[in-house]
Ligand binder design. Structure first.
Ligand code: ADP
Ligand code: MG
Ligand code: MG
Length: 254
């Protein structure tokens, strides 16, 4: 079983000509087959964690380690991370003008698998997965994220997740900006992947509502640049009722 281990992770960003420490010692272990939710107030550093795992150049790792099955993730290029089985769905997916969804998916699958998927089975797989996410087939010919609505962007992220079959998936606010129907559809996609038992999921979210559709095995409260508390699904209910105040008072949330 693949294991992602984050140990005492410290990360800074440059903002307004100053270096700001955003992550202040994050500890987290996610195993294949497990579903973890990270919940926290806006600006607490949740996306910074996702970007740091993705290898975004704006985020400087100043301490700690991230390993996948003992391999140093922080030493890997973005491509190597994907090949190692790490999948990251960002809060604000980027547009790729001139590249169709169809080409993008096939190129990604080829990169991750190390060989091009067989065309006939691949086309069928893409079609079926899109249908499962209630995406119109014509969508495949559009340019990646160009003019996509919020819901279309998130469906496209989950389409990638289902097709690429990573070992560990980090989903940053996949629920944000979705209406209830889209939220259900997207959650069903995540749950299909989960049902394989072969993906460990880190669901980063600000709101508890997605957790009604995707029941986490573990819930972590993110505050003050680290994980301030961990528990089971009941912790999400507590946050729903009481908010984050207990974890943020007496200090800035970031
Ligand atoms: P969250 O996802 O929990 O809302 P973020 O990780 O987006 O929080 O942001 C945490 C803090 O780090 C905020 O104060 C934000 O302004 C700052 N920050 C994050 N990314 C950058 C960046 N690229 N440049 C400058 N400041 C950043
Ligand atoms: Mg935010
Ligand atoms: Mg965020």
């Amino acid at each position: 079983m693949a294991t992602l281990e984050i140990r005492d992770l410290h990360v800074t960003v440059e903002a307004d000509n100053a270096t700001k420490e955003i992550l202040k010692g994050v500890d987290l272990t996610v195993k294949q087959g497990e579903t973890h939710a990270i919940m926290g107030p806006n600006g607490s550093g949740k996306s910074t964690l996702a970007y740091s795992l993705a290898g975004h150049p704006k985020y400087t790792i100043t301490g700690g380690t991230v390993t996948l099955d003992g391999e140093d993730v922080l030493e890997m290029s973005v491509d190597e991370r994907a090949r190692a089985g790490l999948f990251l769905a960002m809060q604000y997916p980027v547009e790729i003008p001139g590249v169709s969804v169809s080409n993008f998916l096939r190129t990604s699958a080829t990169a991750v698998r190390g060989e091009a998927p067989k065309l006939r089975t691949w086309v069928k797989e893409v079609k079926e997965t899109m249908a499962g996410l209630q995406m119109d087939p014509s969508f495949a010919e559009r340019n990646v994220n160009e003019g996509f609505s919020g819901g279309e962007k998130k469906r496209h992220e989950i389409l990638q997740l289902e097709l690429l079959k990573p070992k560990i998936a980090v989903l940053d606010e996949t629920d944000s900006g979705l209406d209830v129907d889209a939220l259900k559809t997207v959650s069903e996609g995540v749950n299909r992947v989960r049902a394989t038992g072969e993906v460990g999921t880190l669901l980063i979210t600000h709101y508890t509502r997605i957790l009604k559709y995707i029941k986490p095995d573990f819930v972590h409260v993110f505050a003050g640049g680290r994980i301030a508390a961990s528990g089971g699904a009941e912790l999400a209910d507590q946050l729903e009722n009481e908010g984050y105040e207990a974890y943020t008072k007496g200090g800035a949330s970031a």
